[in-house]
Design a protein around this ligand. Structure first.
Ligand code: ADP
Length: 283
């Protein structure tokens, strides 16, 4: 709390009075702290590959100037580091764009099977490289109220994680269903008809204590592993903000050693006869 005592002379009150004002600063301090932490983390994440690039440039223009084998190897590493910085900057930009839009939910309809099929196609090579079989069971999914590009980013991040952290040679399933509000608390929290899309892997899983912090920016269970696999630590933070903008829900079920299920609940487009009721619902 901050307390302020302001003396006030007023003839009406015939004397001197004081106003004591108390402000709860907890929320403000927490927000300031989070922002400062974020800037420190982002700077550190960018500084690490940048330092390595500077080191290699100095070596290539000095001691390794005439060593063509070293030049070839170092250029490969430098390329990898530069790509990592580019991924990080792209994710930071996505995050800030989505945060700015978070107060205006989308008013358009997205074709969920379309979005999911294109995401699976985009990650086909990556899945094949880890011998992961991706099974898509979404053909009957109804349309949702949402921006296709943003939803594609949500499922791209979730599927990419499932392939990365899932079992090599394992299976990843993407399943859409209409959740039952009587049995499903997340569907109840939606407060309107929803579609639930789950991305299910049979990988290493995540132990319970990490789950509440998983969508924080730069939070990783195993930082070295995430970096080695090309992760920025921002994927799930982006997912959370896009889901929030869509007034959806995100749940994570995981058991160490058995696999992880991420489920995204999105508002369903309801059709009244042949008439779409998207805009009416949102007005
Ligand atoms: P990253 O770029 O590190 O993958 P994310 O924000 O996408 O960042 O995920 C945060 C962390 O959550 C990851 O570093 C990883 O430790 C954990 N994680 C995410 N998805 C899974 C999954 N399907 N199985 C196991 N761990 C996961």
């Amino acid at each position: 709390f901050s307390a302020r005592l302001v003396p006030l002379r007023t003839p009406a009150l015939d004397g001197t009075v004081a106003i004591l004002s108390l402000h709860d600063l907890t929320g403000i301090r927490r927000a300031e702290r989070m922002r400062a932490d974020f800037v420190a983390n982002a700077s550190h994440e960018l500084r690490t590959p940048l330092s390595s690039l500077i080191g290699f440039i100095e070596t290539l223009s000095g001691p390794a100037r005439d060593d063509s084998e070293a030049q070839h190897r170092f250029l490969g590493i430098m390329h990898e580091q530069a790509l990592r910085m580019a991924r990080l900057v792209d994710d930071l930009l996505s995050l800030s764009r989505i945060e700015m839009q978070e107060h205006t939910p989308p008013t358009v309809a997205a074709d969920l099977p379309d979005v999911l099929e294109s995401v699976v196609r985009a990650l086909e090579l990556k899945a094949r490289a880890r011998a992961v079989e991706v099974r898509l069971d979404v053909a009957d999914a109804p349309s949702v109220v949402g921006e296709s590009d943003e939803l594609a980013q949500v499922f791209q991040n979730l599927l990419d994680n499932a392939i990365k952290y899932g079992r090599r040679g394992g299976q990843v399933r993407v399943v859409a269903r209409l959740p039952d509000v009587h049995q499903d608390p997340a569907a109840r929290r939606m407060g309107r008809p929803a579609v639930a899309v789950s991305v299910i892997d049979d990988g290493e899983g995540i132990s319970r204590e990490h789950l509440p912090r998983l969508t924080e920016r730069f939070y990783r269970v195993d930082t070295a592993r995430s970096r080695e696999l090309g992760g920025t630590g921002l994927g799930l933070a982006i997912v959370k903000h896009i889901v929030n903008r869509h007034r959806g829900q995100l749940t994570i079920d995981s058991e160490a050693g058995r696999g992880t299920t991420f489920t995204v609940y999105l508002p369903r487009v309801e059709t009244d006869g042949d008439r779409d009721v998207v805009s009416e619902e949102l007005s």
